[in-house]
Design a protein around this ligand. Structure first.
Ligand SMILES: NC(=O)C1=CN([C@@H]2O[C@H](COP(=O)(O)OP(=O)(O)OC[C@H]3O[C@@H](n4cnc5c(N)ncnc54)[C@H](O)[C@@H]3O)[C@@H](O)[C@H]2O)C=CC1
Ligand SMILES: C[N+](C)(C)CCCC(=O)O
Ligand code: NA
Length: 489
């Protein structure tokens, strides 16, 4: 087994530019998903700490060193953060891999994406300065008017464990770019790198209170943030059930929320593809990357009947090449599931599918050679019908379910047969058909002949029960004020 040569820093909550012990002094153990051992601990914030952090954030907005900055000044901080991330890239990647079990290769990739996101939002912060005050010509002598773009205020950012630092960055970077003060509540299952972001902010001299990081449990640290009267907006990525709780609590204060709630995304493969192996590779990547713990995972394979048996045969051949090992080991392709709870949940989905009459074509168990850790074999399930749980519910593990179709209409119906609407993919060489699917797919993200590529410049978010609002791209975090002048008085 690989021995990680990395020390897990012991941190407190990051509040008002300082490390601060939680008021109740509670801590949560960090459990390695690869070894099931306790490898450290994180501070556990409660309502009392949320109050202190919200105060610090409000003070930051009221102070000139944050509240009166230009976008160009904020961009300097964002670029300095990006540089530090790259400087510490290999260490941060190891920490992330230790914490959530993703392969070291994927973790390093994520750190590049993190740095690139901070750089991108630095560009947008600079561009914001010329857009801050936009005159609107009313073609009238009497009225003069302009529209102001201002930061929203204090924003609460609640994020999941599957891409710990990247999902935090998708929300932190635009919030800071817009000039908001932010409170980040990462997942209790993977908070190490988010706490290191606090250290990086301290090192680059980000003004105190501009970003506060409260680790802790959802109901104890996340819920008080949502129902705090001085938090102006909540941006959330995570499960549908928690999303509903957050929206319900926020509604009591008429507080805006954006929700990114995962999905059960389809990948539709037509028989006209020339390169079967490439399609197989995208199918595997689309469902098994990050051990399937991806909100946009294309976990429903919808396969044209005429190529079904050949395609499945190739899938089975390729799947043998997926190396399952400690995620820090070189060439590891599939690491463990994040936690024992999530591991049990994935195995339960598989056994329920069996009970309901589906066939486990491959996998379905823990790999024999892994004695410890929350590992699940890459699993393909066939003989699925649309009333089965495995077809309907998000597994968040390495589990692909398969259905076949004859006609394009049938494929569309199966693709949209879900309450979710985050992403979808189509594999076909017929360009016109692909275009037809852009209209047919009821999702926020559509991939042609690939699955999962994501770019910071492009909006990311869902339709239907996958939520609303968009991460990435031009943020929706600043708000407009209208100023209308009547000059003669
Ligand atoms: N869409 C996505 O990217 C993700 C989806 N999931 C799905 O969610 C399932 C459960 O995973 P969890 O880690 O329990 O997800 P979760 O949705 O409960 O956790 C996400 C974040 O919300 C916080 N949270 C939990 N309860 C809260 C509350 N009442 N108020 C405010 N914040 C709260 C958590 O502490 C964490 O920071 C997974 O099995 C998976 O299906 C999980 C993670 C990411
Ligand atoms: C597209 N990807 C894989 C980089 C990130 C997906 C985000 C998510 O799972 O919430
Ligand atoms: Na962890």
């Amino acid at each position: 087994m690989a021995i990680p040569n990395v020390r897990i820093p012991s941190r407190q909550l990051y509040i008002d530019g300082e490390w601060r012990e939680p008021v109740k002094k509670n801590r949560i153990p960090i459990i390695s998903p690869a070894t099931e051992e306790i490898i450290g601990e994180i501070p556990a914030a409660t309502e009392e700490d949320v109050d202190i952090a919200v105060e610090a954030a409000r003070r930051a907005l009221a102070r000139d060193d944050w509240g009166s900055t230009t976008g160009a000044q904020r961009a300097k901080y964002l670029r300095a953060i990006a540089a530090k991330i790259l400087e510490r890239k290999s260490e941060l990647a190891k920490l992330e891999s230790l914490d959530c079990g993703k392969t070291l290769f994927e973790a390093a990739w994520d750190m590049d994406d993190v740095a690139a996101s901070f750089e991108y939002y630095a560009d947008l912060a600079e561009a914001l300065d010329s857009k801050r005050k936009t005159p609107v010509d009313l073609h009238l002598d009497s009225f003069k008017t302009y529209v102001l773009r201002e930061p929203l205020g204090v924003v609460g950012l609640i994020t999941p464990w599957n891409y710990p630092l990247l999902m935090a960055t998708w929300k932190v970077a635009p919030a800071l770019a817009a000039g908001c003060a932010a409170i980040l509540k990462p997942s209790e299952l993977a908070s190490i790198t988010c706490l290191e972001l606090g250290e990086i902010c301290r090192e680059v001299g980000l003004p105190p209170g501009a970003l506060n990081i409260l680790t802790g449990l959802g109901p104890e640290a996340g819920a008080p943030l949502v129902s705090h009267p001085h938090v102006d907006k909540i941006a959330f990525t995570g499960s549908g059930a928690t999303g509903v709780k957050i929206m319900t609590a926020a509604a009591q204060l008429v507080k805006p929320v954006t929700l990114e709630l995962g999905g059960k995304s389809p990948i539709v493969v037509f028989d006209d593809i020339d390169n079967l192996d490439l399609a197989v590779e995208w199918t595997l990547f689309g469902c098994f990357a990050n051990a399937g713990q991806v909100c946009s995972a294309t976990s429903r394979l919808i396969l044209q009947e005429s190529i079904a048996s050949e395609f499945l045969e190739r899938l089975l051949l390729w799947i043998k090449n997926i190396k399952i090992s400690d995620p820090l080991e070189e060439d590891c392709k599939l690491g463990p599931i994040v936690s024992s709870g999530q591991y049990e949940k994935v195995l339960k989905f598989i056994s329920k599918a069996k009970d309901e009459g589906a066939t486990i074509l491959c996998g379905g168990e823990r790999p024999q050679h892994m004695k410890k850790g929350y590992y699940v074999q890459p699993t393909i399930i066939t003989d699925v019908n649309t009333s089965m749980e495995i077809w309907k519910e998000e597994v968040f593990g390495p589990v692909l379910c398969v259905k076949t179709f004859k006609t394009e209409e049938e494929a569309i119906e199966l693709a949209n047969d879900t309450k979710y609407g985050l992403a979808s993919a189509i594999m076909s060489k017929d360009v016109e058909r692909c275009e037809r699917f852009t209209k047919a797919f009821q999702t926020g993200i559509i991939w042609f002949n690939c699955s999962q590529p994501t770019f910071t410049q492009l909006p990311w978010g869902g339709r239907k029960r996958s939520g609303f609002g968009r991460d990435l791209g031009e943020w929706n975090i600043s708000k407009c004020f209208l100023v209308l002048k009547w000059p003669q008085i």
